[in-house]
Design a protein around this ligand. Structure first.
Ligand code: 6LW
Length: 537
């Protein structure tokens, strides 16, 4: 009998929206300032997931230039009706003081791979909207924001009908829910079963008080009653539990009638979510009084789900951190990659910041078999980043790359980056120093505090090899001139700094690792990367 080990989507894969179409399941996750927007995964057994699509992959249709970190694409909602996928998402342009500018859009496609329609603008009423198909009517279900100081900022859930022919919202807006006493109501999605409309929301905030709240009504417009057992899922009661921050869920039913919930979670290292928010799956059971709960009982997320709902076989996540380590490595081996840059496009794992790879100076044509990165702005910029990175998906990994780069002076840099956002990264770079010539240096930026390690001189010519060795909370950078003998490039660095909890402002992403090149004087400099290896330990 197949077992599903949580999380099913490791590393930065938050705010899951799950849907089944025939024998296939799809999950869409948030991507914030990363491009292409929204990653969609596919599975046939709920356990093994593969990349399916990145629907927002056109600079003409998605412009994130200049947006702040943790803004951008929030909480997609993927549904399917009558032969068509519907993907709803928010572009958060502003999230400052009391204000959020949240523009909501819909794109549709017959096939998950596309082509996807042009975005249809819906409204700006809040974030996390979803679409509910109720027979031949469609409803936009959305949380709302109230910026006034004397009101709850997350002010409830509205619904409004969506007119598919007219490509617009129509008719009255109904405030159907004001949230449970837990508050911070967000991520609403709706389903219907046994004559009830069920409204499933995230509450408590996406940090350690996160949960799933359920309310139901006989009428779509309400009134909604909150589940007396609410919340049906949370890790809040147990700080030491290895799967934390459980919330933001959506149900899916298998072809044979079993129910599961996909939800957000994190596996902190010493209280820090370095891996960001991940996606887990739970067995769900319906109760006699028409509510639903975790099939194994209680509210704590399980470390494993079964492919059928045999309760005694469900296991709670173990507390020991070595078990967590095991979950993060043995069962996440699929994260490994050895990319030789021989194919004409970048592998899907590599994301770029705010713009497409082509707009970020990434070039697979000029030197066949190498990725040329034409130098861009500093890593602290919100524009024109010449940088690409992939998700860190395990607690411990090695990342290695081979670089051909000849910096003209200290304004020219290229190398390997462990990156959280523009204010938080560790950069092992090749640059040039007036006295030492070509050199290796580590620049650490943590909440905008910059530290440079002493430069280490390297031969003026020849390829260099750069390595990041991450072991849970520790990062050590190495360099080599022959790919065999590596020297440490500086002191051990504190990876906890690249976590949701340590970064200033909203920590919504997760640690990434990647390669880039900066040309701070616009001299037309580039760096060539022969390969990139990411190996989980
Ligand atoms: C997301 C909201 C949430 O839109 O965090 O955990 C916000 N829940 O639903 C950012 O991911």
């Amino acid at each position: 009998m197949a077992q599903i080990q949580n999380p099913i989507l490791k590393g930065f894969n938050p705010d899951p929206s799950i849907v089944r179409v025939g024998e296939e399941y799809y999950i869409a996750v948030s991507t914030f300032e990363w491009f292409p927007g929204i990653t969609v995964y596919r599975s046939r057994n709920l356990r093994d997931w593969e990349f399916a699509a990145a629907p927002l992959n056109d600079d003409q249709k998605l412009d994130l230039r200049g947006i702040d970190t943790a803004c951008g694409i929030w909480a997609p909602n993927l549904t399917y009706d009558n032969g068509r996928f519907y993907l709803i998402y928010t572009i958060v342009y502003t999230n400052r003081s009391r204000f959020k500018d949240t523009h909501n859009f819909l794109v549709t496609a017959e096939h998950i791979e596309g082509p996807w329609s042009d975005p249809v603008f819906l409204n700006c009423s809040g974030f996390d909207p979803s679409l509910f198909h109720d027979g031949d009517r469609k409803w936009l279900v959305n949380m709302t924001i109230d910026h006034r100081m004397d009101r709850a900022r997350f002010s409830g859930v509205d619904i409004q009908e969506y007119d598919e022919m007219g490509n617009c919202l129509k008719g009255p807006v109904y405030r159907i829910f004001r949230g449970s006493p837990i508050g911070k109501t967000e991520g609403p999605n709706m389903m219907k079963r046994g004559g009830y409309y069920y409204l499933i929301c995230a509450e408590g905030g996406t940090e350690f008080g996160h949960c799933v709240t359920v309310a139901r009504s006989r009428n779509i417009t309400g009134p909604y009653e909150v589940d007396p057992q609410n919340p049906m899922l949370t890790s809040k009661a147990d700080d030491d539990y290895p799967i934390q921050r459980a919330g933001h869920g959506q149900l899916v039913q298998t072809a044979d009638g079993s129910w599961y919930m996909a939800h957000l979670c994190s596996r902190p290292v010493d209280g820090c979510s370095i891996l960001g928010r991940e996606t887990a799956l739970q067995n769900i059971r319906w109760t006699e009084d028409g509510w639903f709960c975790l099939a194994g009982g209680g509210r704590l997320p399980f470390g494993e789900a079964k492919m059928d709902a045999e309760l005694e076989l469900l296991t709670k996540a173990e507390n020991a951190s070595d078990k967590v380590e095991k979950q993060g490595t043995v069962l996440c081996a699929s994260g490994n990659m050895a990319e030789d840059f021989n194919s004409p496009s970048l592998p899907w794992q590599f994301l770029t910041l705010r713009e497409s790879a082509a707009h970020c100076g990434l070039d697979l044509n000029s030197r066949p078999g190498w990725l040329r990165i034409h130098g861009g702005n500093s890593l602290s910029s919100k524009y024109r980043q010449a940088f690409t990175a992939r998700r860190q998906q395990a607690f411990s990994y090695d990342a290695v790359t081979k670089v051909d780069f000849c910096p003209g002076d200290y304004h020219h840099m290229a190398g390997l980056v462990c990156y959280y956002n523009y204010d938080n990264y560790f950069y092992l770079k090749i640059t040039r120093d007036e006295e030492l010539g070509r050199c290796i240096q580590i620049t650490s930026v943590i909440n905008r505090e910059v530290e440079d390690s002493p430069c280490v001189s390297v031969p003026d010519k020849g390829d260099l090899y750069l390595k990041a060795k991450v072991r849970r909370g520790e990062l050590t950078f190495f360099y080599s001139t022959d790919g065999e003998n590596y020297e440490a490039a500086g002191n051990v660095l504190d990876m906890h700094g690249l976590s949701d909890e340590r970064v200033n402002g909203n920590g919504f992403a997760g640690a990434m690792v990647g390669i880039g090149c900066q040309d701070l004087q616009g001299n037309g400099v580039w760096a060539d990367f022969d390969w990139f290896l990411y190996e989980e330990i």
